[in-house]
Design a protein around this ligand. Structure first.
Ligand code: URA
Ligand code: SF4
Length: 210
């Protein structure tokens, strides 16, 4: 199966998934979107009100800010993949529960494997927790770390910047670094990998670039 076909297959599975309780309250599942050949994946938390209505990620207020940040960094939204750690909206936008995160995890893993991005950007603490367990966003945001065959950059969630004005300048700065970090990632991944994909994050973290 091509990467496109795999992504389409996952989208189809997600649309009828009943693996966790979130399926009961969803209107539309939100599998994520973006080209199979992209180098960058943005991974947020979960669908909110607007995403649940439209079946698309980051289409509400946080999405408008994300679009603005991408444009300011000279990037096209259509050129990157955007999705979430849970594909169905938690009621009242509550935090996803551990069992919901673990039930949904395999879809994201398969999406990442199909795309093979050079950089994963985590937006928010649940996404950061998957890749950088125990990390503190205030300390690590904007820093690129190698994990296996790719790099991970944790960033503040755009919604956090909407609620707390002091966060937005940090987010703008982190996004502005992205083109440069992508160049670095391309250069580093052009070399033979120093850590095989699938190595435990603890070991990979010691090889972080900064
Ligand atoms: N917030 C998220 O984390 N994801 C979305 O898709 C929208 C808002
Ligand atoms: Fe399935 Fe994920 Fe939706 Fe839960 S959140 S029902 S695991 S697609």
């Amino acid at each position: 199966m091509s990467a496109e076909e795999t992504l389409a297959q996952i989208t189809k599975e997600v649309s009828t998934c009943t693996a966790c309780a979130l399926h009961r309250s969803r209107k539309r599942s939100v599998p994520g979107e973006g080209p199979a050949g992209t180098e960058i994946m943005f991974i947020g938390e979960g669908p909110g009100f607007n995403e649940n209505e439209q079946g698309r990620p980051f289409v509400g207020a946080a999405g408008n800010l994300l679009n603005e940040l991408l444009a300011q960094a000279g990037m096209k939204r259509e050129a990157v993949w955007i999705g979430n750690v849970v594909k169905c909206r938690p009621p009242e936008n509550r935090d996803p529960l551990p069992e919901e995160l673990s039930a949904c995890n395999a879809y994201l893993e398969r999406q990442i494997a199909a795309i093979g991005p050079k950089i994963i950007i985590t937006l928010g603490r649940f996404s950061m927790g998957k890749f950088l367990p125990g990390a503190k966003i205030g300390a690590v945001h904007g820093q690129m770390r190698r994990i296996g065959q790719r790099f991970v950059i944790a960033m503040f969630h755009p919604a956090a910047a909407l609620h707390n004005a002091s966060i937005k300048p940090m987010l703008v700065k982190d996004f502005a670094q992205l083109p440069k970090l992508l160049e670095q990632a391309r250069a580093a991944l052009g070399q033979p990998a120093t850590v095989p994909a699938g190595e435990p994050p603890e070991e990979a973290k010691q090889l972080s670039m900064f």
